[in-house]
Design a protein around this ligand. Structure first.
Ligand SMILES: Nc1ncnc2c1ncn2[C@@H]1O[C@H](COP(=O)(O)OP(=O)(O)O)[C@@H](O)[C@H]1O
Ligand SMILES: CC(C)(COP(=O)(O)O)[C@@H](O)C(=O)NCCC(=O)O
Ligand SMILES: [K+]
Length: 251
């Protein structure tokens, strides 16, 4: 059984692909709270919950280079496996010749790997994590790139930091078009700007590609935005780990 690990800028997500199914069981730990011991403890609980006796391999993808060694060492120490590090130069089942892939986040590619494998057609993946990214694959499996904007929590933190009169807010699900107090203006501004961007982006990309792309949404902040999206979207919380599972199955 292969352990799948993704290190994002906010969370480490770990998962395993259940036997004979495509479903992935997973958990998230905040990067700031991770120690080797609690990571091992959570992985052990994941194994017990899924009746897995032994891990035989581990694949790890990270967009935080300085955390790779610490997390690899923890897996090595507690499970006696050396993780295989998946990077943007690994063969991820996409044609990368149209993007400068030396610097692309492997998380963006892995989400596209899973999306393209699942629909075999042009796709757009929105990943709403620390950053919000849009990622486009054309109908022939070429990764075209996309856009990067500050994520939902980050937008709120930036406003509170930069503007003396703006409070820090916890994002809530309720957005109104015309906010009538500061907190509501910030909350609604962040949710609607992200949702309006996504709605319009889908239309523009479909026009540019000349076809209707299959749209996927993933990332820890997806639930805030899904209610405001006008097109059909496929919500896949574990899309990145699905990409890692596809890569792992070919090793
Ligand atoms: N179960 C959860 N554990 C941790 N963060 C979560 C969870 N559910 C939603 N979040 C939110 O997800 C966001 C991070 O999304 P994620 O996709 O994990 O980011 P990244 O890949 O950039 O680390 C944070 O804003 C956090 O508040
Ligand atoms: C855009 C990202 C910061 C998103 O990271 P995340 O929000 O998932 O933590 C990450 O994919 C990254 O650092 N990318 C490198 C630049 C690029 O993709 O072109
Ligand atoms: K992300």
């Amino acid at each position: 059984m292969t352990l799948l690990i993704s290190i994002g800028n906010t969370n480490i997500t770990c998962g395993i692909q259940a036997v004979n199914t495509n479903t992935i069981a997973s958990f998230k730990l905040r990067n700031s709270e991770v120690t080797a011991e609690n990571l091992a403890e959570q992985i052990n609980q994941l194994l017990v919950r899924n009746k897995i006796k032994k891990l035989t391999a581990c694949t790890l993808a990270s967009v935080v280079p300085e955390m790779i060694d610490t997390i690899s060492s923890a897996v090595q120490q507690f499970f006696s496996i050396t993780p295989i590090i998946v990077s943007s130069s690994s063969d991820l089942g996409l044609n990368l010749s149209l993007y400068n892939c030396e610097c692309v986040g492997v998380d963006r590619l892995l989400c596209c790997t899973a999306a393209y494998a699942s629909c075999s057609s042009a796709s757009i993946v929105f990943d709403l994590g620390t950053a919000t990214t849009a990622n486009v694959v054309n109908g022939k499996g070429f990764f075209l790139g996309g856009l990067i904007i500050p994520g939902i929590e980050l937008q709120s933190q930036m406003l509170a930091k930069a503007a003396a009169m703006l409070p820090g807010i916890n994002i809530s699900e309720d957005a109104v078009l015309i906010g009538n107090n500061t907190a509501q203006c910030i909350n609604s501004g962040i949710l609607y700007s992200t949702a309006f961007f996504i709605n319009q982006y889908i239309l523009e990309i479909n026009r540019v590609l000349g076809q209707e792309a299959t749209v996927y949404m993933t990332g820890g902040n997806s639930d805030y935005i899904k209610p405001y999206i006008n097109s059909n979207i496929i919500s896949r919380p574990n899309l990145l780990l699905e990409g890692l599972a596809i890569y792992s199955s070919k090793l």
